[in-house]
Design a protein around this ligand. Structure first.
Ligand SMILES: Cc1cc2nc3c(=O)[nH]c(=O)nc-3n(C[C@H](O)[C@H](O)[C@H](O)COP(=O)(O)OP(=O)(O)OC[C@H]3O[C@@H](n4cnc5c(N)ncnc54)[C@H](O)[C@@H]3O)c2cc1C
Length: 456
């Protein structure tokens, strides 16, 4: 009889896998391989006999039975950032919070170019020798993938946000063959997986001295890229070089476009993302696991970077980062960048930073209890969560339930109707209902706020 790897049994089967690929790196029997599933997500699949005792599950960010010492992000942060004295329960441990940009890298980046700046500094100061980040892929159908960069030019090629499924399985198995140290970029769950791997294999702490965290509103299936391409009349088989964050330097930061070339005639087509309606708050094409992640700000990275979705920064089409430093090395690199004039950044008050990610906090932390209750009723295993018991009112619950439906339906519908015109038609009713319940929920919240004000 072939044993089933624990990660398949406890995570993949429950649709809780995010495809980080650390289980593939960890598996001593090399029984796992990454594959794209029917819904456009990368997941591990068993390819040979599993002779191990469940090592794979120890590095899984969605392990339903983690050890007490690494139970949630709080315990893990205590191991890695015990010297970061500031703490806020939504944001985690930190050293400082800023907003700003890197002069040299801003225009070629998605936000303010701080990620590319940090990696360039790490390489040029000799702190690391290699960077694992996301670059164009040569594999057919895989437009982007994690690969290795070693210099300024390669790091610039790896700039920009790719809303496309990627996995560390393309680079982690190589890590011990590389001479020197490695820095890695990742969204919260990927960073958590690396911290878990460092916990089980202390050699990796020295090998990976720096992690850049990307604040993430959800990992999208490859269907998202296909849908956007279809919106500009490029069929799936002709998609070439999709670009997710094309800035308009004369407009606001949020007014960015999706662009794509066609293998047919090399013509490049653009569409303003704002013209497509809400692609993020609705949960369209999002991984189920993201609905069970309560780490909004990538609490386990040395530095966390996001978009400054707040005034006055959002008025600037060139892009601006919000930045949270959690290690003193990260903070030092930024402070030295300010002194040398390479960075234009300023301190950002905690409440303003929280405001910049308010939608994500509402969904991922406040709304989590609704999803956990629903999932537990279906006997699906959920990893231990810090924000799983928050009370919510009836209208907010309805929004969460409708979002669950929209997320699930968007994947089902695209699978059978991979054309934007028919997909939009198929989704219209559910999206309209979501809009309606969201409006009611906002109204409800405003009334409660007003009543509280009167009685206080
Ligand atoms: C899936 C996803 C969701 C996001 N959601 C939000 C959000 O809700 N709110 C918010 O404020 N910010 C969000 N961001 C982050 C934001 O888009 C920027 O990536 C971030 O602000 C860094 O900008 P930068 O200009 O400093 O990065 P750049 O200098 O442009 O460098 C970007 C870095 O990210 C790496 N990268 C690109 N795509 C991926 C990927 N899929 N996974 C891991 N690394 C990648 C690149 O290789 C590069 O190293 C999201 C990013 C991603 C990838």
């Amino acid at each position: 009889m072939i044993n089933i790897p624990k990660v398949i049994d406890l995570v993949v089967k429950n649709d809780m896998c995010i495809g980080c690929g650390l289980c593939i790196y960890k598996c001593p029997s090399q029984a796992l391989e990454v594959q794209i599933n029917d819904y456009g997500f990368l997941i591990p699949e068993q390819i040979s006999s599993c002779d191990s005792d469940g090592e794979c599950i120890t590095v899984c960010p969605f392990n339903p039975f983690p050890k007490e010492e690494v139970k949630t992000e709080n315990e893990i942060a205590e191991i890695y950032f015990d010297k970061a004295t500031k703490y806020q329960e939504k944001v985690g441990r930190y050293v400082n919070i800023y907003a700003g940009y890197a002069n040299e890298f801003r225009l070629n980046s998605s936000s303010g170019g701080i990620a590319t700046y940090i990696f360039t500094e790490l390489i040029e100061r000799g702190i690391v020798d290699h960077v694992f980040s996301v670059k164009q892929s040569t594999k057919p159908g895989f437009y982007y993938e994690y690969s290795i960069s070693n210099n300024r030019k390669e790091l610039s090629e790896a700039a920009k946000t790719r809303y496309f499924p990627v996995t560390l399985a393309t680079v982690m198995p190589e890590i011990h063959k590389l001479k020197g140290k490695v820095a890695i970029v990742g969204v919260a769950c990927f960073i958590k997986a690396i911290r878990l791997a460092q916990h089980t294999e202390p050699l990796l702490k020295d090998k990976i001295p720096f992690l850049v965290g990307i604040i993430c509103g959800g990992v999208k299936s490859s269907f998202f890229t296909e849908y956007l391409a279809s919106k500009v009349n490029i069929p799936i088989e002709n998609i070439k070089k999709p670009q997710f964050r094309i800035k308009d330097l004369n407009s606001t930061a949020g007014d960015y476009s999706f662009g794509c070339s066609s293998t047919d005639d090399n013509s490049k087509k653009l569409i303003r993302m704002g013209s497509l309606g809400d692609m993020w708050g609705t949960g369209l094409f999002k991984a189920n696991a993201c609905d069970f992640c309560d780490d909004v700000t990538t609490e386990l990275a040395d530095i966390s970077l996001g978009d400054a979705w707040l005034e006055p920064f959002n008025k600037e089409g060139k892009g601006t980062n919000v930045i949270v430093t959690r290690s003193f090395l990260a903070d030092k690199i930024l402070q030295e960048g300010i002194t040398s004039g390479k960075l234009r950044i300023e301190t950002l008050p905690l409440d303003k930073f929280i405001f910049s990610q308010q939608g994500s906090f509402n969904h991922r932390q406040t709304g989590l209890s609704v999803r956990i209750k629903k999932t537990e009723k279906q006997n699906i295993l959920v990893p231990p969560k810090r924000f799983g018991n928050l009370k919510t009112n009836i209208s907010f619950k309805l929004v969460q339930k409708q979002r669950i439906k929209v997320r699930r339906e968007s994947l089902q519908k695209w699978k059978y109707h991979p054309n934007a015109l028919s997909f939009d038609k198929e989704m219209a009713k559910d999206l309209k209902l979501l809009k309606r319940v969201t409006r009611i929920s906002h109204y409800h919240r405003a009334i409660i706020k007003r009543i509280k004000k009167i009685f206080n």
